[in-house]
Design a protein around this ligand. Structure first.
Ligand code: SF4
Length: 227
């Protein structure tokens, strides 16, 4: 993908408008980097509220550490994370992640010494970690600049830039990473703001273009007569 000054200006303006409108989002919710890693796995294919209930169960059982996850039986873990759905699979994934973290002395912060691409590749090789989970961990747990893409982000981009016809996770990620400064704090906030915007305005049953702060920047919004 070639860098386009027009897209760079657009994405910077989208960020400024969302931040001015919604304010800082304070992601990721939770208690520290390891809990963020666990949350990134537990929130796969489910709402955050369900993942949060599973996290509370793990904490109440004293299982919120890599060593405790390794020591627990898979079936006990599955019971604890049941509220997050796909609980047998998620128990296996948590144990695989705990095994992986051993190479960093169970210290998530130690992963920050790695190059972000190298870390991402390592994470993708861990059982149960796909691109979104790898980027959630790299960005929100470790603090490295890896832009997180989710379904919300993809759909907002498709509505704003329908002519780009992006396909697949990596294409959306490249759009942001090629056109924004590699700034972990900004990536952190930007993804959270897109999530808020999707839930509040854009990905309701019908997009509410008439009251959208991005209407003048968005092809769909302009067609709807906004901005
Ligand atoms: S203008 Fe409409 S389609 Fe575009 S981002 Fe806003 S709500 Fe979504």
């Amino acid at each position: 993908m070639r860098r386009s000054p027009r897209i760079a200006r657009l994405l910077a303006e989208v960020y400024e408008r969302l931040l001015a409108h919604y304010g800082p989002q304070g992601w990721w919710p939770g208690d520290g980097p390891f809990e963020t890693v666990v949350g990134a796995i537990l929130t796969q294919n489910t709402a955050w509220t369900n993942a949060a209930r599973a996290i509370q169960n793990l904490k109440a059982a004293g299982a919120m550490s890599p060593a405790a996850l390794r020591a627990a039986s898979e079936s006990d873990l599955a019971e604890l994370v049941r509220p997050s759905g796909y609980f047998n699979a998620k128990a296996r994934k948590l144990k695989a992640m705990a095994d992986y973290l051993e190479r960093y002395g169970d210290d998530v912060a130690a992963m920050g010494g790695k190059d972000v691409r190298a870390l991402r590749s390592e994470l993708l090789a861990v059982h149960g970690v796909g691109p979104e989970t790898a980027d959630d961990i790299a960005l929100y747990a470790v603090g490295l600049p890896s832009f997180v893409i989710d379904v919300y982000t993809q759909r907002i981009v498709d509505r704003m830039l329908p002519r780009r016809r992006l396909r697949g996770y990596d294409a959306y990620q490249e759009l942001f990473e090629r056109h924004l400064p590699r700034d972990a704090a900004m990536f952190n906030e930007y993804h959270a703001l897109l999530d808020a915007h999707a839930k509040e305005v854009c990905l309701k049953r019908e997009p509410r273009c008439g009251s959208c702060v991005l209407a003048g920047l968005c092809a769909t919004g302009r067609r709807a007569g906004g901005g």
